[in-house]
Design a protein around this ligand. Sequence first.
Ligand code: HEM
Ligand SMILES: CC(C)=CCC/C(C)=C/CC/C(C)=C/COP(=O)(O)OP(=O)(O)O
Length: 305
Amino acid sequence: MSKSVAVAQQKSTSTGFAHWRDYYEMTKPKVVMLLLLTALVGMCLATPGWVPLQVLLAGLAGIGMLSSSAAVINHVVDRRIDAQMARTFNRPVPKGKISPQRALVFAAVLAVLGYVCLDVWVNRLTALLTLASLVGYAFIYTMYLKRATPQNIVIGGLAGAAPPLLGWTSVTGEIHPHALLLVLIIFTWTPPHFWALAIHRVKDYAKAEVPMLPVTHGVEFTKTAVLLYTVLLTLVCLFPYLTGMTGLVYLLGSSLLNGGFLYYAWKLKYAPTERTAMQTFAFSIVHLMVLFVVLLLDHYFTWTL
Ligand code: HEM
Ligand SMILES: CC(C)=CCC/C(C)=C/CC/C(C)=C/COP(=O)(O)OP(=O)(O)O
């Protein structure tokens, strides 16, 4: 960290003035970018032609703002847990850079703008489904499930898996089984994505008394769960090809990606080093990103043949 940044951070902490970067950080920008990629792919796959510009722009802006709002609410609700964990203690709310009240006003502004954007320029179904995802993540997962059961992220994962469906309904106004297949892929991907990280951070979660799977059932059990969910993910990823939704480009690309994920999940269980859990977590993000780019390539490649 440069000296000037350190001084600026010190100042913002001690005076209570937040920098715009603190607000930006609360929106979990990298997570939201990946959510938006999956929403964009949902939009593109919903039509053989081009996505209408208004739907594209207003859809991504609305889904982005409601997802960001959910992330900000998560920062407020989790401030006491976050303050106890090495990974999160430096966040703007637990650090006192932004008060919970200000953060909630920021979240409310984002939510209202995002909802209006979708309702006015996209369609009501997408606005309501996106709002339901916000409620699912910010309230049902964060306020209740996270503290209640080690299945928290499995059930809560549905909200994070929704964006391809939200993208699809933005274009068509209807829920299509192909869109639900994309949701199922992310839903099955979430447990190995998160539990790999939770294995690495098990002491943090235990200290904060959050009942994540490695805390309640142990690291070995969680490694087995990661491997089994990765096998399940590999099978689920075959459905788009088997149902005729996608072609050979997707089959090849997804098989390579799932081969990589299985390699890391296998290594995590049977031949781990200190770094394997975090490598598996990092690979999960690359896996999902590239998988959705491959879906896009497959869609336009098949279409232009
Ligand atoms: C309930 C579901 C999920 C849980 C519990 C979860 C958990 C987490 C956690 C705890 C991190 C933080 C890692 C860190 O700070 O080092 C993280 C990072 C990340 N997650 Fe997830 N995740 C979920 C769903 C998703 C979904 C659906 C996506 C995107 C489609 C996603 C994309 C990402 C990305 C891109 C990062 C890296 C962020 C960064 O480096 O700043 N996650 N996830
Ligand atoms: C409208 C819509 C699509 C909403 C979904 C929004 C969203 C940001 C989903 C991502 C899920 C996620 C990052 C969970 C981690 O929360 P955590 O509290 O377990 O992780 P943390 O400790 O890093 O905060």
